[in-house]
Design a protein around this ligand. Structure first.
Ligand SMILES: [Zn+2]
Length: 271
């Protein structure tokens, strides 16, 4: 765990945990060593929950893989007729738990990144400039009598700007898709639910995020070649999906509570 990861972890998680102890007493700042020691102790007691914390807040892929293996064993215990479908639920439930969007949401999120971000605006300005160069070159070509050699130069320039536009389109699309895959947080208000221009963000309706529903999970599976008929999904698979997701949250929250408690003990130990 790097120092940056520890800082991120404290900021994103523990700072939100209400503190029982008096702020004036005990250690004011938890050092990285103390956090790692507390994490190690909690890891021993709740390995799955600790992996969930590390996977969710620190993007620890090895921890996510361990949870996936554990979930695969857990999932086969559910009694449904279509047991073959259970194995497909594990990765998508974990994906949603980790705060990542489903494949069917990527398109919408990526379009919002292009529309709302500074990078997207810069890209639009750039493409507009290229286009205006092309238009002016075309005007020159058709309005005036240009020599064949000048026409060749103009055509080459038009081709060059056209290629620049295509390359920029590709670059912005790749960037927006990469951004979209990272989180289902709203790209317009960055999770705040409001912007400087409006009290309620018009894109997410004020929620700050696009949390995937069970229906998104089904669409995600469909997009990945796992077609589940609606009736089977509603009757057999969705209840299991909901249960897996709620189990992940329970494990995570209980472990976070334990970790918070240990860190509070560490702080009050140094009076
Ligand atoms: Zn928003």
């Amino acid at each position: 765990m790097s120092d940056r990861a520890i800082e991120l972890f404290i900021r994103m998680h523990l700072e939100k945990t209400p503190r029982v102890m008096d702020r004036q007493r005990g250690r004011q700042n938890l050092t990285g060593d103390v956090i790692i020691a507390a994490m190690g102790a909690v890891q021993h007691q709740r390995p799955v929950g600790s992996d969930l914390i590390m996977a969710r807040w620190l993007d620890d892929t090895s921890a996510a893989l361990r949870v996936e293996k554990w979930l695969e064993k857990e999932a086969v215990q559910y009694e449904v007729i279509r047991t073959d479908l259970l194995i497909h639920l594990v990765p998508v439930a974990l994906l949603i738990f980790l705060g990542k969007p489903t494949d069917d949401q990527i398109r919408k999120l990526s379009s919002l990144w292009r529309k709302s971000s500074e990078r997207g605006r810069r890209s639009r300005r750039l493409m507009k400039q290229y286009l205006s160069h092309i238009e002016s070159l075309e005007r020159e070509k058709f309005r005036y009598e240009v020599s064949p050699s000048r026409e060749t130069v103009i055509n080459d320039e038009i081709d060059r700007y056209t290629l620049l536009i295509e390359n920029e389109k590709q670059r912005i699309n790749d960037w927006a898709t990469t951004q979209a895959r990272k989180s289902y947080q709203c790209p317009n208000c960055h999770g705040a639910g409001a912007t400087s221009k409006s009290v309620v963000c018009p894109e997410c309706g004020g929620s700050g995020k696009f949390v995937p529903s069970a229906d998104n999970a089904r669409k995600h599976l469909n997009a990945n070649g796992v077609n589940i008929p609606e009736r089977v999904w509603n009757r057999q698979i969705k209840p299991v999906f909901d249960e897996i997701l709620s189990r992940l949250h329970q494990e995570h929250d209980e472990t976070a509570r334990l970790l918070g408690q240990r860190l509070n003990e560490e702080k009050s130990a140094c009076l």
